[in-house]
Design a protein around this ligand. Structure first.
Ligand SMILES: O=C(O)C(=O)C[C@H](O)[C@@H](O)CO
Length: 255
């Protein structure tokens, strides 16, 4: 029995436009609810949400029956974290703040078993192999791992072509909040100067044969990113969806 086919990775290679959402409550029940909404993918955010490996694992379990593909964002590009998240059963990993091709190559190695990589071997007792059910996991897992890197500052943008060309990198996500802040626009990703850099970055990612990704939290931003050619495109954050709806409801009835 082989590792499960990563249908998200296959869809990226097919050039499909995949709509996603951020899951930032760090709760399994919320992930399960978001898994019924119809998104193609959902980010379990280990960077800006209060997640740990147990909560990430619980959200992966909660999404197991959903067609929505879980993308686990780790807080930093770290070999040990990648090992733990993959052993927990994640197949797609999003790594923030990547600034060089060397860093990208190290992250690819962290996702693969030796001799090509450095991923520690221990999955036979973990959720990734359904606790030993998937007998050929070690021989087949590497091909089903999807590695998405975030370029989100001026250093990353300068190194973007080299990062995108690294074999084993499947997609590059542009982080508009961090990028705009690093550019001096303090989170204002709508600034024309930022939009121009994002548009150019999308073209460079596509030119390298990789999938471009991004997050927009307004319909205007998401339409602009779609027009720029975003392929794995997040269009909201669950926490913001709740706060916006709750505030609008309160205002409507308290008016
Ligand atoms: O820089 C960005 O924008 C991202 O990487 C996405 C944010 O981290 C996300 O948490 C929304 O704020």
């Amino acid at each position: 029995m082989s590792a499960s086919v990563n249908t998200f990775k296959q869809a990226l290679k097919n050039g499909d436009h995949l709509i996603g959402c951020w899951s930032s409550f760090a709760e399994a029940v919320t992930a399960e609810i978001m898994g019924t909404a119809g998104f193609d993918w959902l980010v379990i955010d280990g960077e800006h949400a209060p997640n740990d490996i147990r909560s990430i694992r619980d959200q992966l379990i909660a999404l197991a029956a959903s067609p929505t593909h879980p993308v686990v964002r780790i807080p930093v590009g770290d070999t040990a974290l990648i090992k733990m998240v993959l052993d927990a059963g994640a197949q797609t990993i999003l790594v923030p703040i990547v600034e060089s091709a060397e860093q990208a190559r190290d992250l690819v190695r962290a996702c693969h078993y030796p001799p090509q990589g450095v991923r520690g071997v221990g999955a036979m007792a973990s959720r990734a192999t359904q606790y030993g059910t998937v007998q050929d996991y070690i021989q087949t897992a590497d091909d089903q791992i999807c590695l998405l890197l975030q370029v989100e500052n001026r250093a990353g943008i300068a190194a973007l072509d080299a990062i995108a060309q690294v074999e084993g990198v499947d997609g590059v996500f542009i982080g508009p909040s961090d990028l705009s802040t690093d550019m001096g626009f303090q989170g204002n990703s709508a600034a024309p100067e930022v939009q121009a850099v994002i548009a150019d970055a999308m073209k460079r990612i596509v030119a390298a044969g990789k999938a471009p990704g991004i997050l927009g939290v307004t319909d205007e931003a998401s339409q602009a990113y779609k027009d720029m050619g975003a392929q794995f495109q997040a269009v909201g954050i669950d926490v913001m969806l709740l706060t916006q709806a709750a505030r609008a409801l309160a205002a409507r009835w308290k008016a």
